[in-house]
Ligand binder design. Structure first.
Ligand code: C5P
Length: 236
């Protein structure tokens, strides 16, 4: 497998084409941004941790019937994935009120909700990823009705698999963001990453935040939190 041209550079990852037209290589960076790029920094070792945690969780999901883009971990920071066109939606799954939902609805963080909440945002940096509903998604053609149904069903199933798994290592899955992609034959697969950058992980006993909120909110102990997640999930 050989990297060829760089296809994309995002805030936390680069994506390269390869000599196989159906495969790409993702390379994870230590760069950290928050608030749509307004806050910038570096979290030492983050790229390697997010790569390994993502792959670990993608393998768990595959084993439980969720199709993903994961193919093979190449190194600490690099992974081979299926080439997909990204569905331009961020799917946010929420179990406990936190972050923007807590703010929007005037709830204190940590408020339990009687059921899981799914939100969709249109992936557009210039617009600040605005929240959209099913009507917007269908009217704008971001996804078809069948795709939206599949994406919603997968997201709720992923929530159940990850929440149960994380409970065993004393982590509560508060909320997280997913992205899906379409392979060349039109199959919808889970893409992007599942890491402390994209999930809120709270210690089940102490409520300590073990995720990117430590960076966003200047809480300190950012690297320690990412290392703690790696340790609890991969035993390292
Ligand atoms: O900020 P907010 O409360 O809406 O974030 C909800 C969840 O989605 C958090 O776990 C956050 O890490 C994740 N998220 C993300 N990328 C974004 C927006 C939110 O990973 N662009």
């Amino acid at each position: 497998m050989e990297k060829t041209v760089q296809l994309y550079e995002g805030k936390a990852k680069k994506v390269f084409a390869t000599n196989d037209e159906n495969l790409c290589i993702v390379s994870y960076k230590d760069d950290a941004t928050a608030f749509n790029g307004l806050k910038k920094g570096t979290i030492m070792g983050k790229g390697a941790i997010n790569n390994r945690v993502t792959n670990h969780l993608m393998k768990l999901l595959e084993k439980n019937g969720i199709p993903t883009h994961f193919v093979e971990e190449l190194s600490d920071r690099e992974t081979v994935v299926k080439k997909v066109s990204i569905v331009p939606l961020e799917v946010i799954v929420r179990n406990i009120a936190a972050g923007s939902l807590a703010k929007r609805l005037g709830l204190s963080e940590g408020t339990k909700m009687s059921r899981t909440v799914l939100e969709f945002c249109y992936k557009d940096d210039a617009l600040g990823d605005p929240m959209v509903n099913d009507y917007h998604i269908l009217a704008m053609g971001f996804a078809t009705e069948e795709e939206l149904k599949l994406i919603s069903d997968y997201s709720l199933k992923i929530n159940k698999i990850l929440s149960d798994y994380l409970k065993d290592v004393n982590i509560e899955l508060i909320d997280f963001k997913l992205e899906f992609g379409k392979t060349s034959d039109g199959t919808i697969v889970l893409a992007d990453e599942i890491s402390p950058d994209t999930c809120r992980f709270w210690d089940s006993t102490t409520g300590e935040k073990l995720d990117k909120d430590r960076f966003r909110r200047d809480l300190g102990g950012v690297e320690d939190a990412y290392n703690e997640i790696l340790k609890r999930l991969l035993g390292e």
